[in-house]
Design a protein around this ligand. Structure first.
Ligand code: NCD
Length: 338
């Protein structure tokens, strides 16, 4: 695809070469994200960071990524504090905000709302999550992390085994990641969830018709065997009709040190899009794994900045100009990102 001026709404837009392009630009962003060098390539540009659903890392990391390229960020974080609560349409909001910004990131609780917003926008729009549908930048950073983690263990993405665990019905990160994995070859994908929270049928059948082996199970310990990566998710309480309904599933699938050691191969990478629900009745990924060398969750969040910088650089067509405008950082702290 041509990234210049493009909206990023779904991972279905990408082919394998596009993904590789994002990853190689992301690699080149490391000195900037790691505060070794500074660039002003987006000096004067403004990101409109529009979050109409709760977010910490997606919002802040998009903002940091834009700042690290030299741009400025303006944001709204609360539907109640925005004119949407006065009945403003997505069309009007898009027309207005796209007059203020050069690129927009938007998160919205409704499936398709970001695409609708993008139709009216005069600048590129990145989907920061539209309800349970898609979260393309998260899938890219997840796959970028998987690639890096597996490379250090001499394993390729083609042919790898991955398990996804938890609320696969409502989790937009696993929807986007699965759709992105279709681009690779001969994967074994184990989907571990309560039957009621299974991965949407259309995603499963697409994976199967792409030649991948897909196993669906409610038996977590069995499903954990023989994986290169285990990707956990929280029960997406906000997508249920009531807290009571979410409570039925909360805490059913948990990974801790003992379960990991008993079932996983010693090399299995542990991932989670975060936030993990660390409340006692949920706790899908226990703190007793915090020091485990295969726990990649904070490498995922670090990688998110690189991948989001790459998306901005490609969309605004400055990827090859980043170094030209760069200088050393005087206050660099050695070892901070090791
Ligand atoms: C995820 C999301 O918002 O979909 N978080 C994130 O962006 N890293 C996952 C979640 O909320 O469970």
């Amino acid at each position: 695809m041509d990234f210049r001026g493009a909206h990023i709404l779904s991972v279905e837009q990408f082919n394998r070469e596009d993904v590789e392009t994002v990853f190689s630009v992301a690699d080149s962003m490391e000195p900037y994200a790691h505060r070794k060098r500074m660039t002003k390539v987006l000096d004067g540009a403004i990101l409109g960071n529009m979050f109409f659903e709760p977010s910490t890392r997606t919002r802040v990391s998009f903002g940091c990524a834009f700042n690290l390229l030299g741009g400025d960020v303006r944001e709204t974080t609360d539907v109640k504090a925005s004119s949407i609560s006065k009945g403003e349409s997505l069309y009007d909001t898009a027309r207005v905000i796209s007059g203020y910004s050069d690129v927009i990131v938007m998160r919205h609780p409704h499936v398709g709302a970001v695409a609708e917003f993008a139709k009216a926008s005069r600048v590129p729009v990145i989907n920061g999550g539209d309800g349970p549908n898609e979260h393309p930048s998260q899938a890219l950073l997840d796959l970028y992390t998987i690639r890096k983690e597996l490379q250090s263990k001499q394993v390729e993405i083609d042919g790898m085994h991955i398990a996804m665990v938890g609320d696969l019905k409502h989790g937009r990160t696993v929807h986007s990641l699965s759709r992105l994995l279709k681009l690779y070859k001969k994967l074994k994908i184990t989907l571990i969830s309560p039957k009621e929270l299974a991965m949407p049928e259309e995603i499963v059948s697409d994976l199967r018709s792409g030649g991948h082996e897909v196993i669906e199970t409610e038996d977590m310990e069995e499903g954990l065997h023989d994986n290169d990566t285990v990707y956990l998710t929280r029960i997406q309480e906000e997508r249920f009709t009531s807290k009571l309904e979410a409570d039925i599933y909360r805490g059913r699938f948990r990974l801790n040190q003992a379960i990991y050691t008993r079932n996983c191969q010693p090399n299995t990478v542990i991932m989670h899009p975060l936030p993990r629900d660390s409340r006692a009745d949920a706790n899908e990924l226990d703190n007793d794994l915090n020091q485990h060398p295969n726990l990649a969750i904070f490498r995922q969040t670090d990688n998110g900045v690189l991948v989001r910088m790459a998306l901005f650089a490609l969309i605004l067509d400055v990827a090859d100009k980043v170094d030209e405008t760069s200088t050393e950082v005087g206050w660099y702290t050695e070892g901070r990102f090791d």
